[in-house]
Design a protein around this ligand. Structure first.
Ligand code: 0CH
Ligand code: SF4
Length: 340
């Protein structure tokens, strides 16, 4: 049956499908606030080892407030304060910081720390550990550093054939927290083919935020001609969102840091644009993209939200301790003498 005029108008109208959950996860929120609070509490400069999270705008904004980002602990002047990024560090980095007499604030996401603990436990039990993740990524370097003699990196399904084990009967897989769920399952299936005794981690290593953002963008992508993911090029979870969108039916997909990077040509023949953002992306950047789209006739925005998120993490313990001490001192100073 031929569509009515009314239906035709509805199906050709320009619209945006905005995925939710998107943007900041609990671990990123905690890490960024940790740098901000440290700057307020101790004053600039505060050193941060590596990008606190993989987002250009976040790093630039914190730099303006007095954070100094360095690649290695040895670049931090002795006696200074250094914050470790959300991606986690190997134990050797803690040791280097001790040797330089640095005061450290560890902003490693608790869900990354959970994977570190799993690695330590399985190494103690003398398992071979197959860590699925991207070679060179900071999280993988940090986790591998917990048990370098027991951990072998497996960088995707294509890397399975290269794996060599000490003992095929005692082997477990773990993973980076920000991988594609589907691709990781492909890697695990291929590993199980080769090593039937392979056991799985006690709980998901790919975190709730990574999984939820992928689930939401899949739903959006199925109806989208173009998907725009806001995020930086070095952000693993953001890059994965583009791949997941393309795999779920989006005709095209692009990763942009800012609205100014969108190419007008991407909109040719497009009626539905899907929009999301990585876990390290503040929503102000998504708002910029939505404004850019609205100016080009894509002002109709529908939110697609398959699930809610409510998780939050408390600040790193070193910072909480000092903030508590300061609050207590302020109360003591404000209190009348007779009540002391
Ligand atoms: O996605 P990756 O791991 O590259 O990092 P990000 O973009 O900074 O997002 C936050 C994840 C931090 C560690 O899980
Ligand atoms: Fe933590 Fe997941 Fe966010 Fe990484 S993406 S910081 S593991 S909550």
């Amino acid at each position: 049956m031929a569509p009515t005029m009314g239906n035709m108008t509805a199906t050709t109208a320009r619209r945006v499908l905005l995925a939710a959950p998107r943007g900041y996860c609990a671990g990123v929120d905690r890490a960024v606030i940790a740098v901000e609070k440290a700057l307020e509490q101790y004053g600039a400069p505060i050193y941060v080892r590596k990008e606190i999270v993989h987002n250009k705008y976040v790093v630039q904004t914190l730099e303006k407030k007095g954070a100094i980002f360095v690649d290695e602990t040895e670049e931090v002047p002795e006696g200074s304060i250094v914050i470790f990024s959300a991606h986690g560090v190997a134990p050797v980095v803690h040791e280097e910081a001790r040797q330089r007499r640095l005061a450290t604030i560890d902003a490693t996401c608790p869900l990354v720390t959970k994977v570190h603990k799993e690695a330590v436990r399985f190494a103690k039990e003398d398992y071979d550990i197959l860590l699925i993740g991207h070679e060179g990524h900071e999280e993988v370097i940090g986790t591998s550093g917990e048990a370098p003699d027991h951990i072998t990196l497996v960088d995707g399904p294509g890397d399975v054939e290269n794996v060599q084990l000490r003992d095929e009967s005692k082997v477990v897989w773990l993973s980076q927290t920000t991988l594609s769920v589907d691709e990781t399952m492909e890697t695990v299936d291929a590993l199980k083919e080769r090593f039937p005794a392979l056991i799985s981690p006690p709980s998901d290593d790919i975190c709730y935020a990574t999984q939820n953002r992928q689930t939401a963008i899949k739903q959006v992508a199925a109806e989208a001609d173009l998907v725009i993911v806001v995020g930086s090029k070095n952000s693993s979870n953001s890059v994965r969102l583009v791949e997941v969108a393309l795999g779920a039916g989006a005709k095209t997909g692009h990763l942009v840091d800012f609205a100014s990077e969108i190419d007008e040509a991407w909109l040719e023949g497009v009626t539905t644009v899907g929009v999301t953002s990585g876990a390290s992306v503040p929503d102000v950047l998504v708002e910029g993209v939505l404004e850019w789209l609205a100016e080009r006739g894509f002002g109709d925005v529908e939110v697609i939200q398959p699930m809610q998120e409510s998780l939050t993490f408390s600040l790193p313990k070193e910072l909480r301790r000092d903030l508590r001490a300061e609050a207590a001192a302020a109360v003591a100073e404000a209190a009348p003498a007779e009540t002391l």
